[in-house]
Design a binder for this molecule. Structure first.
Ligand SMILES: *[C@@H]1O[C@H](CO)[C@@H](O)[C@H](O)[C@H]1NC(C)=O
Ligand SMILES: *[C@@H]1O[C@H](CO)[C@@H](O)[C@H](O)[C@H]1NC(C)=O
Ligand SMILES: *[C@@H]1O[C@H](CO)[C@@H](O)[C@H](O)[C@H]1NC(C)=O
Ligand SMILES: *[C@@H]1O[C@H](CO)[C@@H](O)[C@H](O)[C@H]1NC(C)=O
Length: 874
């Protein structure tokens, strides 16, 4: 070192002298020149400011130490070379080449370690005087190839967004006069792209493609000294995947003392193949298992995010919900940005971050409508550049099912029928009863009544009769509007848990299955009504066999009419089935011969009005009777049965029911068995008897004799029989005149007297139908004797409407005897005398009256009163 300093001083001195006095100058590059074994080196030598010929010669010597110099090569002397170096010079390994008259270059093709020494370039003097320097020295250092590159990689597999440390340790044995550089490159396919180079010196150079990332701080060089170089690549992206290579170079300064560096050694090593896992690949988003909640519970869901490099991720979380039915659309429940700000969502929902990658969703007071499929969607953002982010991955969890089960109102529904009709028009009453009502603190019950036609089969249609909704409003069914309006159907709520339906008059078409369906309504979150549960009752069958009404009537004879004129009585007992609240009308019919033409006799209407029918002769009207003798019993009576009444009697009964408008409606009718009214008709049998009022008679008396007829075996009603009556006196007249009647009356009532008897001696008088009185006036002794009457019977046949002659009977005799005392002989003269006196008296009174009226009539005219009488007379 000291030697060098001394030499430097000398050089400066010579140069100063040369400047001053223009002396020879020999120049070689500043050393030391550093070469690696086997490399070539060329050392230039220049001479200037010399005198003499232009072309100069040069000699090279090796200066081993201050005493030893080994001639190496000369430009003019072939023998100059030291024998030790002869081979190399001969082989051309060492050569010298004239570059110009005043410049030469020494070249060693392959330097050897032993070549490390001082090389001196000398010029023999051609000057007039010795001035300046005639040689210059430069040191050559030949070093071994000790450059070592040791790469290391922090991890072979990195996730997107993570960092990778590309470590590169470079060592060498010789450090003086050389500098190192390290270059990180990226081999993608076949091309090698430079990321960054540090050195030689402290220079840092960034590859063009990575300039931005370097600027963004994503490439960080770590220098820990001692040849340890690290490059941290931050925010690795999928495209960063590939092979990374580290290149170490050893540099020496370029000859001539310039600023440039010359690479003398270079070594590259693969740091490794970096595998970048895309975030999308490692990102796992999950929500825990299905959950079943009750109304008003809190939904507590956790979304777990797993990913490599979780901590550096920015996460944007969206909770999605989709209704359970396939037609529902997915909706955003909550959207929270990367920075934790709620971007959208209901304020009822909240989300918190429990720890990195764990998010908890809370939805308090869930309702059934919150049921659905919940999923958590996570968008992962990675930092990019200075403060920027990019979305690296997005994932949505599998949906989980959230079921909000209403703690359902629970109850039982029973349907009873307190009244089921037995007949058409009967009322129906159905009670729909709710029991065991649970879980409905503030709900309301509604009912729907429905009807299904019989027979029950799958295809039967159910009709809604009416509903009572949760607000208690009755809503009529379309087809029952009329009936509900009429009040024939009433749908009511009798107490909070009982609903009633009544059909006031059930018709045949109303037969069927009735059911009630009770719905429980609860209030929703916004106070709206929701139908929480509906339970349908078992149906109740309303059916009655519309049995054919059966009516039967049994007739019984109560009193037999064994003879004509006696009373006939029969009863009719009614038996009815399947007739609702009937009333009966009874008609008595008559047939003369069984199965013959029937005639109506008498009837009793359902309203108990008795009516004689056309088959009764008016004269017979009083003799028939029909009356109700029991709830189901009627009695018919026929007084004084006559021949024409003989025949068959029966009851014709009709059952009547009242219809809706309370008017009678006829139903079935029935006829009873027939009761025969019969008696042997001997024809009218009668006898005649006679009776006299007085048997002791005085002459001049009036005598009455009655002829009685008694008739048996036929009706005694007037008009049905009549007689030809004849009175006889016997034996005197009878004997003489051959039974000439005294007086007779035929059945037309025509009276005939016998000849010689035309006077007012006797008369005949009918006092009733069967009694004929003979009056004998002013009986005399010639009237004494026996009397008798004969009667010829006529009876009227209703069939022929003709009078028919019957038999003639003669009565017993009655004897009329007359007492003839004295008075009888004088009676007549006395009576005549008295009569004449009376006539004279009366005549004189009349004469007197006429005279008095003629004399006093004028005077009377003067009185005002008589005037008035005149006026009256006018
Ligand atoms: C590189 O050098 C550092 C510091 O001297 C050392 O800790 C590390 O182990 C070296 N790495 C290798 C691969 O030699
Ligand atoms: C959750 O519920 C859904 C729908 O019912 C079903 O398909 C799925 O298997 C359930 N998952 C689990 C973990 O029980
Ligand atoms: C949610 O559930 C977790 C456990 O799964 C529990 O630790 C936490 O307290 C729950 N949060 C609420 C508000 O109930
Ligand atoms: C005639 O009738 C009366 C009274 O009815 C009766 O007493 C009498 O015996 C009857 N005589 C005859 C002959 O039938």
């Amino acid at each position: 070192m000291r030697k060098e300093k001394g030499a430097l001083r000398l050089l400066i001195l010579f140069m100063a002298l040369a400047v001053l006095c223009e002396s020879r100058l020999v120049k070689v590059p500043a050393g030391p020149l550093v070469r690696v074994e086997g490399q070539s080196v060329s050392i230039r030598c220049d001479v200037s400011d010399y005198e003499g010929p232009r072309e100069q010669d040069f000699e090279w010597n090796l200066i081993l130490d201050s005493e030893t110099s080994v001639p190496l090569i000369s430009t003019f002397d072939q023998t100059y070379t030291d024998p030790s170096m002869k081979d190399r010079v001969n082989s051309g390994d060492v050569s010298v080449k004239k570059l110009a008259d005043d410049a030469v270059e020494l070249t060693i093709q392959k330097v050897r370690a032993s070549d490390s020494t001082i090389y001196r370039c000398s010029t023999p003097s051609t000057d007039s005087s010795v001035k300046g320097n005639y040689f210059a020295d430069v040191e050559l250092k030949v070093i071994g190839d000790s450059l070592k590159v040791t790469p290391a990689i922090s991890q072979q597999t990195v996730s997107e967004g993570e960092s990778v440390n590309l470590q590169c340790n470079i060592t060498r044995a010789y450090t003086a006069h050389t500098s190192l550089s390290v270059t990180w490159s990226f081999r993608k396919g076949t091309s090698l792209e430079e990321l960054l180079t540090f050195g030689p010196g402290d220079v840092l150079k960034v590859g063009k493609a990575f300039a931005q990332r370097y600027a963004d701080g994503e490439l960080i060089v770590g220098l820990s000294g001692g040849g340890s170089y690290g490059l941290i690549l931050k925010g690795v992206k999928p495209q960063d995947q590939g092979v990374y290579v580290c290149t170490g170079r050893e540099w020496t300064r370029q000859p001539g003392g310039g600023k440039g560096w010359q690479s003398i050694l270079e070594r590259s090593e693969e740091i490794g193949n970096v595998l970048v896992t895309p975030l999308a690949q490692s990102l796992v988003v999950s929500v825990e298992k299905n959950v079943t909640l009750r109304v008003e519970d809190t939904l507590n869901l956790t979304c777990s995010v797993a990913a490599h490099g979780l901590l550096s991720l920015g996460m944007e979380v969206t909770w999605l919900v989709k209704g359970l039915s396939s037609s529902d659309n997915q909706q955003v429940l909550l959207h929270v940005g990367r920075d934790g700000q709620v971007l959208s969502g209901s304020e009822l929902v909240s989300m918190s971050r429990i720890q990195p990658g764990t998010f908890r969703l809370l939805l308090p007071k869930v309702q059934p409508s919150d049921s659905g499929l919940y999923s958590c969607q996570v968008k992962c953002w990675l930092p990019q550049g200075s403060g920027g982010w990019y979305q690296a991955a997005e994932k949505t969890s599998d949906p989980i099912q959230v079921l909000v089960t209403q703690l359902e109102p629970d109850f039982k529904v029973g349907l009873r029928a307190p009244k089921i009709p037995q007949f058409t028009d009967d009322p129906t009453e159905l009670l729909c009863e709710v029991s065991n009502l649970l879980n409905m603190p503030d709900g309301s019950l509604g009912v729907t009544w429905s009807y299904a036609i019989l027979p029950e089969d799958a295809s039967r249609s159910v009709t809604t009769i009416a509903s009572i909704d949760h607000l208690g409003v009755m809503v009529p069914g379309e087809m029952y509007r009329q009936q509900l309006g009429d009040g024939n159907i009433a749908v009511t709520r009798t107490d909070p848990s009982t609903f009633k339906m009544q059909l006031l008059r059930t018709q045949d078409k109303d037969m069927g299955l009735y059911s009630c369906s009770v719905a429980a309504w609860t209030r929703g979150r916004q106070g709206e009504w929701n139908k929480a549960k509906e339970i349908k009752s078992k149906p109740v069958e309303v059916r009655w066999s519309s049995k054919t009404p059966v009516l039967s009537v049994a007739a019984d004879q109560v009193r037999e009419a064994s003879t004509g004129g006696s009373t006939f009585e029969m009863s009719c007992k009614v038996t009815a089935q399947n007739i609702q609240n009937p009333s009966y009308s009874v008609l008595i019919r008559f047939e003369e011969t069984a199965g013959g033409k029937s005639r109506k006799v008498v009837s009793l209407s359902a309203d108990s009005i008795l009516q004689l029918e056309e088959g009764v002769v008016p004269s017979h009207a009083d003799s028939v009777a029909l009356e109700k003798t029991g709830p189901l019993e009627y009695r018919f009576r026929l007084n004084s049965a006559q021949v024409s009444d003989r025949g068959f009697y029966y009851c014709d009964v009709t059952a009547w029911t009242r219809d809706q408008s309370n008017t009678w409606r006829s139903g079935v009718s029935a006829e009873s068995n027939k009761i025969q009214l019969d008696f042997t008709d001997t024809g009218p049998v009668f006898n005649v008897s006679i009776y006299s009022d007085s048997s002791q008679v005085k002459p001049g008396d009036t005598v009455k004799m009655k002829c009685f007829m008694s008739v048996h075996g036929a009706t005694s009603n007037t008009g049905e029989v009549a007689y030809d009556i004849e009175w006889f006196q016997s034996p005197s007249h009878a004997m003489e005149n051959g039974a000439v009647p005294l007086i007779s009356m035929d059945h037309w009532g025509v009276v005939k007297k016998s000849r010689g008897n035309e006077g007012t001696h006797c008369s005949i008088q009918r006092t009733d139908r069967d009694t004929y009185v003979l009056n004998l006036y002013n009986v005399q002794d010639r009237d004494m004797g026996s009397y008798y009457c004969t009667a010829k019977l006529w009876h009227f046949s209703p069939d022929t409407r003709l009078w028919k002659e019957g038999q003639t009977l003669t009565s017993a005799l009655v004897f009329l005897s007359i007492n003839l005392p004295l008075w009888d002989s004088v009676k007549n003269p006395v009576l005549y005398g008295l009569g004449a006196a009376l006539v004279v008296g009366l005549l004189s009174i009349v004469l007197g009256l006429i005279i008095s009226r003629c004399c006093f009539s004028r005077n009377l005219m003067h009185t005002p009163r008589s005037k008035l009488m005149d006026l009256e007379m006018d």
